[in-house]
Ligand binder design. Structure first.
Ligand code: PLP
Length: 448
């Protein structure tokens, strides 16, 4: 099936780049844990005529005419989200995860209020109160951390909450390989009368598949992005739980008002349709099998990396993600490993590790995840092979080390990139990666 025919006629430049990007996605191993491959059905909905419509307001209460069908689409998306996550209220309009989180702050806090979230370099998200995010500037952010074993320090969080009396507490992460302790955080929030928001952006697909506990019983508010393990278009959903409505009967209407008109204008109706499609896909038995396989694959990959002598934060994983602690080969090595793996056709991202010994920009770890390769149909056997490639690549760059002197780093990195581009072993791995990818076709039959 040939797609983007019209684009090819209108704009050769962009058409060409999308064509190249499809080839890149097809021929590399996507191990960034926040990425996935949306179905053709989801992308068709997102690429539809719905992009033409304005629908400020909510179903049945719009500021524009002509919303007969958009109302139905948004209502379907809402009902599907409520049913899948077992909640009484869902808002599917947030443009993405970050603005959704800001809407949660706006609904629950006043500027200057105390908020608590997991520290960024310990695995938390920027929007959970990090200093460079407005959430860390408009609110008084009191971050909690992970212990030296990599697990969330629940005792510290309890102590900080009791000392600082936050209005809002976040539980959720972008770089955490273990089950999120919803129950313990609900106890902490309840003891202080704080709102508890569970940000399950990374694990929502696993929650649906039943391989990660659901926060519905524990949190007042749940937020998930729709493009990570959920495998939909880029967007987000904010939900209010029964518990949240009991604590504050106004909570759903507060969220509604802060999303629109508080923070946003017209909703992205094409995205809403894509979210509805993704939620339908996520309600099938096949999706449950998919979610289970993501975790099985992550465990298999973790085992292989360990067998090859690599050190993992928390020594393994409960979810879709693995954090490799590279300090045994050197501090600040994340960038080198990311670049070398990139040359081998394996896409990962450098990441901080608990008690990061170098810097957030030159961190000492890499973060890997299995959602995208699992979508391609890869299983434990392939994870073992991929783990072997990763260990082989790391072996090739062991002799490099990040200069302590800041002024020396740029030049050293440039030299590293040049040399690694010529490395024969890495070139050979790249060939094997392409062959492996071809055995698991992506968007089969689609041509640009
Ligand atoms: C990805 C993510 C977000 C932000 O989502 P964007 O769509 O990138 O704005 C927020 N919280 C967590 C935990 C995330 O993983």
């Amino acid at each position: 099936m040939r797609i983007l025919k019209n684009l090819g006629k209108t704009d050769r430049e962009i058409h060409d780049m999308i064509k190249k990007e499809l080839k890149r996605q097809r021929e590399s191993l996507e191990l960034i844990p926040s990425e996935n491959f949306a179905s053709m059905a989801v992308m068709e909905a997102v690429g539809s005529v719905l992009t033409n419509k304005y629908s400020e307001g909510y179903p049945g209460r719009r500021y524009y005419g002509g919303n007969e069908f958009v109302d139905k689409i948004e209502s379907i998306a809402i009902e599907r989200a409520k049913a899948l996550f077992g909640v009484p209220y869902a808002n599917v309009q947030p443009y993405s995860g970050s603005p959704a989180n800001f809407a949660i702050y706006a609904a629950t806090c006043k500027p200057g209020d105390v908020v608590m979230g997991m520290n960024l370099t310990d695995g938390g998200h920027l929007t959970h109160g990090w200093k460079t995010s407005v959430t860390g500037q408009y609110f008084k952010s009191v971050p909690y951390h992970v212990k030296s074993d990599g697990y969330i320090d629940i005792d510290e969080a309890r102590k900080l909450a009791s000392e600082n009396k936050p209005r809002l507490i976040w539980i959720g992460a972008t770089a955490y390989t273990r089950a999120l302790p919803f129950k313990e955080f609900a106890e902490i929030a309840d003891a202080e009368g704080a709102y508890l928001a569970a940000d399950i952006s990374h694990v929502s697909g696993l929650v649906i598949a039943g391989v990660h506990e659901s926060p519905a019983k524990y949190a007042d508010i749940i937020m998930t992005t729709t493009h990570k393990t959920l495998r939909g278009p880029r967007g987000a959903i904010i939900m209010v739980t029964d518990k949240g409505l009991q604590k504050d009967p106004e909570l759903a209407s507060k969220i509604e008002k802060t999303v629109f008109p508080g923070l946003q204008g017209g909703p992205h109706d094409h995205t809403t349709a894509g979210i509805a499609v993704a939620l339908l896909e996520a309600s099938t038995p096949e999706f449950k099998t998919y979610g289970r396989q993501i975790v099985t694959n992550a465990k298999a990959l973790a085992e292989e990396l360990k067998a090859r002598g690599l050190k993992l934060v928390t020594n393994g994983t409960d979810n879709h993600m693995i954090l490799v602690d590279l300090t045994p080969i050197g501090k600040g090595m994340g960038l080198f490993v990311q670049e070398a793996l990139d040359k081998a056709g394996i896409t990962v991202n450098k990441n901080t590790i608990p008690n990061e010994p170098f810097s957030p920009f030159y961190p000492s770890g890499i973060r890997l995840g299995t959602p995208a390769v699992t979508t391609r149909g890869m299983k434990e056997q392939e994870m073992k092979v991929i783990g072997g490639y990763i260990a082989d690549v790391i072996e090739e760059i062991k002799s490099y080390s990040m200069p302590e002197e800041k002024e020396e780093r740029q030049e050293y990195i440039a030299k590293f990139k040049k040399e690694i581009g010529k490395n024969r072993k890495i070139k050979e791995i790249k060939k094997n990666v392409v062959d492996l990818c071809k055995r698991f076709p992506l968007y089969e039959g689609v041509k640009i």
